[in-house]
Ligand binder design. Structure first.
Ligand code: ZN
Ligand code: FE
Ligand code: FE
Ligand code: FE
Length: 164
């Protein structure tokens, strides 16, 4: 087996997040449908569009590195999304659904922030300067999505609270 280096770790993690982004792309419409407030629905729709751009950025990064864009199963995102799907089943008709969805979506964003944070640092360390710019653009979008969800969660929590 070839030696595992920081470079292979960087490429493997790109494959991990490439898999994750594509799973997220499939999950967001389901979360949009399950959401009750127009504000949360909009946030999911908007972030789905952003995520399409993020997938394209990853494809550009693979291309810059002379690699084929390849996905590697990410058990973490599978688990996080599975938990979200479970919440939709269990809370789908509850006034707490938006509170549940906002929290589930923030778990997704936090995973992405962790991965893109590492990827940005590794790209810089490895001298892949052009990749850093693309990865930082996505990292900024994920942080922004997270903050937006925090704001929406406040009203979702109030809605849930008022109903009990
Ligand atoms: Zn390299
Ligand atoms: Fe993303
Ligand atoms: Fe992963
Ligand atoms: Fe995201």
């Amino acid at each position: 087996m070839a030696e595992k280096t920081l470079e292979t770790l960087f490429i493997d993690t790109l494959k991990d997040i490439y898999y994750a982004e594509r799973q997220i792309l499939k999950a967001l419409p389901k979360m949009e449908r399950a959401a009750q407030s127009p504000m949360l629905k909009d946030a999911f729709r908007g972030h789905r569009q952003e995520t399409e751009g993020q997938v394209e950025r990853l494809q550009q990064v693979f291309e810059m590195l002379g690699k084929r864009a390849q996905a590697k199963t990410c058990p973490a995102i599978d688990g996080i999304l599975e938990e979200g799907a479970e919440l939709i089943e269990e809370y789908g008709s509850s006034p707490a659904i938006d509170a549940a969805l906002a929290a589930a979506a923030q778990a997704v964003e936090h995973y992405e922030i962790a991965r893109y944070g590492a990827l940005c640092t590794w790209a810089g360390t490895l001298g892949h300067t052009d990749a850093v710019a693309l990865l930082e653009a996505t990292l900024a979008e994920e942080k922004n999505a997270d903050e937006k969800l925090s704001t929406i969660a406040e009203s979702a929590n109030s809605t849930a609270m008022a109903a009990q």
